[in-house]
Design a protein around this ligand. Structure first.
Ligand code: OXD
Ligand code: MN
Length: 589
């Protein structure tokens, strides 16, 4: 089969000539096709069926041990100029990189099937959705893409004769970490990924298309592609308000996206529109609307339980793929945090026997994942498929900071909010390879995902704020504040609803705040603490702004801004100086 789109057919022919697969399979996206793919993988041992009574339609898979996370050092933005990619990205000239990659891709699919995957990011009926193709030699990637995107004939139909599609080429190659490249060509909307079969490196619709390529396209076209969850909060009166929130990888985005309001919040409902990516643009009514380009969750398994995120677990109870978790003798998935006590024995993510007594590491890899259909989420928003998206009242930035950042503060205006988002920082986690626990700046949680220079990116954000007088309000939260002994002082999870309620009230002009040098924090009593064991002193600590800590934070911010030279907008430096002045006013008063 081929498509009726000549541009697609021509490109597929070229790729086939380069990679010389034994056969070509055009994916229609049907259940039958998915079942056949899974059978193929079960037959060759790359997938294992889980207990089909307890986990219907669920399968287990292990990746290569050296292929377990995104690889930022092998990820490149190959724009025409190095300046366009900015200091925030690795860069290589497109012609040079293509030459190298064409070498790697030459004949790489010999003996393999080449899958042609048409996919749509965003609801099929939405004018804001975008079509892409992933050509891959991995049946695992193909099966995961069916969960994560609207894939197959529906995407081909949406594309019609248009040439506006993203071309993504992927091969697992030999899974050699020294021959691993995840490359993006933003000007020509191309992706070439070689040598990894894992997650964000290989499921090209997600980070590569919906963030890196889309962020560049969004700048050109006047919209935004952001690393944000989308959450709806319905009050007991039946009014639903939406927020979009950006947190660095593995900071609990999936948990917040599916939050269960605490007991005290009877009658409130939280609705998940998306857990990782938001595409946003202004509609005619002046409001910023968001769609979730994805159709599935690629969630971090460890730490997910009935207590921490029952909705995520229930989303993954059927028709899901578990990668690099542990496997119990009765064919159930297990990971650290799923149950209070570990199983007496299991097989770890590497395929070795594991017991709690003899363990020399976790049973599940810290970045082990579930791939689950978003529609299976018990709190999937009825708006998830809405072509228009949902109106966003508040944008929330966050990070994992032990000190410095208070539980919540509000930016003074859009420009200040852009600065706050740009200065977001977090301690590194296991979602990417490299050291864990270091603080790094992660502007808008886009450090690994922005497809162009951060200075230009902030300029685009500033421009978006000027497009409407109804731009969302901007907030910053930190669920991870610790006391001097290193203990978390905010319970997090469902209790975060209390902070969200304050945010919504601020948007509606219904509650007070106190100005501090860094932004406005809730007035005493403004955060509802009914039914929770937080005393006044702890709350003061949670909301405290320590001028000394912020002085050293300022130094880090200055260093960060300087890296970008000319492209850093003047408004960002103005915000820096304003913050500096406000801080020095309190320290001299
Ligand atoms: C993810 C990530 O996988 O941000 O979502 O790393
Ligand atoms: Mn993410």
């Amino acid at each position: 089969m081929t498509s009726t789109n000549q541009a697609v057919n021509k490109w597929v022919d070229e790729v086939a000539a380069l990679t010389t697969p034994d056969s070509i399979h055009w994916c229609d996206g049907s259940q039958g096709e998915y079942d056949a793919l899974v059978k193929l993988m079960v037959d060759d041992g790359t997938m294992v069926p889980l207990d089909q009574e307890k986990w219907p339609g669920c399968y287990y898979s292990r990746s290569a041990q050296n292929d377990v996370a995104r690889v930022e050092h092998c990820t490149f933005i190959c724009s025409e100029t190095k300046e366009a990619a900015g200091p925030n990205n690795n860069w290589e000239a497109p012609a040079v990189m293509k030459d190298k990659l064409n070498g790697l891709f030459t004949g790489c699919m010999k003996g393999r099937t080449m899958y042609v995957i048409p996919y749509c990011m965003g609801p099929i009926g939405s004018p804001y959705s975008k079509v892409g193709f992933e050509i891959t030699d991995s049946p695992y990637v193909t099966a995961n893409m069916r969960i994560m995107t609207r894939m197959g004939d529906q995407a081909l139909e949406k594309l019609g004769d248009s040439t506006d599609f993203v071309r993504g080429l992927h091969s697992t190659g030999e899974l050699d970490p020294d021959r691993r490249f995840i490359c993006h060509f933003p000007e020509t909307r191309e992706i070439m990924s070689f040598g990894s079969g894992y997650g964000g490196n290989a499921l090209l619709g997600k980070k590569c298309h919906a963030l890196r390529i889309a962020s560049a396209q969004a700048k050109d076209e006047g919209w935004m592609a952001e690393h944000m969850l989308i959450l709806g909060l319905e009050s007991p009166e039946g009014e639903t308000r939406y927020v979009a929130a950006a947190f660095p990888s593995a900071c609990g985005k999936t948990n917040l996206a599916m939050l269960i309001p605490p007991e005290t919040y009877k009658g409130w409902k939280a609705w998940c529109v998306g857990d990782d990516i938001a595409w946003m643009r202004y509609a005619d009514d002046g409001k910023l609307y968001a769609i979730n380009p994805e159709a599935g969750f690629f969630g971090v398994a460890p730490g997910t339980s009935d207590k921490t995120n029952k909705n995520a677990l229930d989303s993954a109870r059927s028709n899901s793929i578990f990668t690099n978790v542990a496997l119990t003798p009765d064919m159930q998935p297990w990971w650290e945090g799923l149950t209070k006590d570990p199983p007496a024995e299991c097989t770890d993510w590497k395929g070795n026997p594991w017991t709690p007594e003899t363990a020399d590491g976790p049973a599940a890899h810290p970045n082990s994942r579930f791939t689950a259909p978003a529609k299976q989420c018990p709190v999937a928003s009825p708006m998830m498929d809405d072509p228009r998206g949902v109106p966003i009242d508040a944008i929330i930035f966050g990070g994992r900071r032990a000190k410095t950042a208070p539980l919540v503060f509000e930016a003074y205006d859009w420009e200040h909010g852009v600065y706050v988002g740009a200065m977001a920082a977090s301690e590194t986690t296991a979602a990417a390879t490299g050291a864990v626990g270091l603080v790094r700046r992660d502007p808008m949680a886009m450090k690994p995902f922005c497809g162009y220079d951060f200075g230009d990116y902030f300029a685009h954000w500033l421009k978006m704020g000027k497009k409407s007088d109804q731009a969302p309000k901007i907030f910053h939260v930190n669920w991870f504040r610790q006391d001097d002994e290193g203990k978390f002082i905010w319970p997090g999870f469902g209790e975060n609803m209390r902070v969200l309620e304050w945010i919504l009230k601020r948007c509606a002009g219904d509650t007070d705040a106190i100005d501090t040098p860094i932004g406005s924090v809730p007035s005493p009593g403004a955060i509802n603490l009914d039914g929770i064991d937080i005393d006044a002193i702890t709350l003061e600590r949670l909301l405290g702004v320590d001028p000394e800590a912020w002085q050293s934070e300022l130094e880090g911010q200055e260093e960060f801004l300087k890296q970008f030279g000319e492209t850093m907008p003047k408004e960002m430096w103005d915000q820096f100086h304003k913050l500096q002045e406000r801080l020095s006013a309190v320290s001299t008063s």
